[in-house]
Design a binder for this molecule. Sequence first.
Ligand SMILES: [Zn+2]
Length: 754
Amino acid sequence: MTEKAAARIAELSEQLHHHIYQYHVLNAPLITDAEYDALLRELQTLEARYPQFALADSPSQRVGSDLAVGFDKVRHPAPILSLANAFDEADLRSWEERNRRLLPAGASLGYVLQPKLDGLAIVLTYEDGVLTRAATRGNGEIGDDVTANVKTIPTVPLRIPVAADAAPAPSRLVARGEILFHKDSFAQLNREQQAQGLPAYINARNTASGSLKQKDSRETAKRQLSAYIYAVVASAGLELESEKQTLLLLRRLGFNVVSDASYCASLDEVIAQLPAWEARRDALPYEIDGLVLKVDDLAQARALGVVGKDPRGAIAYKFAAEEATTKLLGLTIGVGRSGKLTPTAQLEPVFIGGVTVSNASLHNYDQVAALDIRLGDRVVIKRSGDVIPYVIGPVSAARDGSETPILPPAHCPFCNTALIQPAGAVDVFCPNPRCSERVLRTLEFFVSRGAMDIEGMGPQTASALIAAGLIKDEADIFSLSAEPLLELEGFAEKKVQNLLASIAAAKARSFPQVLTSLGIDGIGATVAGLLAGAFASMQDLQATAAAIRQAEAHFADIVTPLLADAAADDPAAATLIARLQQPTAALAPRYLEAADLPARLQRLLRPLQLSAEAITALAAGLKPLIEASRPLHNIDGLGPVLVANIVAWFSDAHHKQVLAKLKAAGVTMRAEEKKQAGSVLQGATFVLTGSMSAPRAEVKALVEAHGGKVTSSVSKRTSYVVAGASPGSKAERATKLGIAIISEEQLRALITGD
Ligand SMILES: [Zn+2]
């Protein structure tokens, strides 16, 4: 056992030395910080048990250093300490327990809790209120002088106090803080990198560190770095009593202080807050890797002292690691219902946040190319919350030259059809609707619960039927017969009977369920219900989609020649051109109630400098499209993109065939007759707004059951606007148009005739 420990200690020491060199000297880490911490922790544990095997140059003796060549060295006025780590509640409790033993019995311990910013430590010196020096943490004793670079960071005050009327700053103040990228600034930086064809940065902290170590401060200035200040290292003439007071002072002097620090009167209070913090993590503007807990009373903190390089009065509570590195072994390619190809990374299994991960999403091939991910690369994997683990990017420094580029295939791996990438799309598609994989995925969805809900049609059965050539699309399941099924392996008499019975039963599924099962992009059960409420039959929907397609084609005939010499390099013009090319989603819904369409178009399209005749022609072409699409646009809860998806789905030749087959098979193709309770509201059109005593859909059903119509937007055709609590702009519009506004009670009175 002890022999093993000695060998492991030697092995860990060697690994850590290598990683320290990679990280601090080459600035090219091979593993994540969490992985580094885990190695170091294992070493520290072993060394504590077997101190006789600890090496003289053990990396555990070493303080992290970010010193780089080419910078003047600065000695800090007091050691810039690091923090011991806690990984769970038990660690925190034993930390407090140890502290209590060093303090007078019965001492009450309050804490300041703040996010642990994942940035780069910085030490700022102000003399008579003027920033005279900024240094990195370095090895804790000596840091690099990066004053010129830090001065370019807008959140670092060059003079304190920032506010002219604030109390003056102490004659000398050395403050400690953190330099980092806000998440959005880092994303912006990477967009700029990509625009220039440069590889994306992977790790925000390393990038912040690199930005601060630029030889030319103009380069630092280009990066949008932020600074947060949280501690006083040394001062002249300041008598601070608590952490709380320190943060207040720093804020008063004009430093950027995290707004999320809180005071907790006990450790229990701190522990109660941990889950909420972990849940908030992703929503914060900056990356954090845990929380910092400090004993609030500075006299107590001083009494506790320092062990090694860690003050006893503070501790870092680390969240479960979300990132880890591992090897990219291979790729599997999936093809979805829509034909979209999704590359998935096959990984050497790696433990992240309590789970072993061996597959991760690579998003799409554009992303793979942008990040320059290669087969055989070491890659950083992120697993955060409920999101599917994904590959953040390659560890370029770990390459040995054996890695091979990943290129999208030219042909579908399932049906060998040439793949397409539509203009402007990041995804690659198999365009073949009869592709075996697409049919399988479509069928899986078609028979699933909530859709046609066909029992006994699991993925294995579906694959077997497709492989045997019995099914070429989802509608084919309704023409299955017993004989060929019985010939398949594993299909016994009883199984076949049950399957055919559940298929037969599915023909009677409700109209909304049938609509859901079509798998139109974005149309789930809720939207299918809305559609079934507005369209009595599949035929009505098909007719509406066809009319819209026809009007779109007519409009395109008008638009195309007008745009032939439009200046598409002007961004405003390009946006308008894109709109004109998607009139159903981007134009029609805006002008449903437009009284003077040519004038409205004239205003919208001004940047395109079209002639008056052109505007008149466009308006004349748009009018029929508006009318054709009105039944869809008028459905409350159906956005313009969904409308476009519906039109695209019903216009597709393959889908038309499938629908015809479903209809021929006797599948439900129309909504149930609505039971008419009365007709007192016959001929009246209502718009509902504000919150009512019952769900909106229920009130709508009530109106319709009595012969009334409900639409989503207020127009001259509206008879009444029914306003519930806190009605919105619809009520305003009604007032403007002089349309009667009634309450929900008045509506019910209309129905009952009271
Ligand atoms: Zn295919």
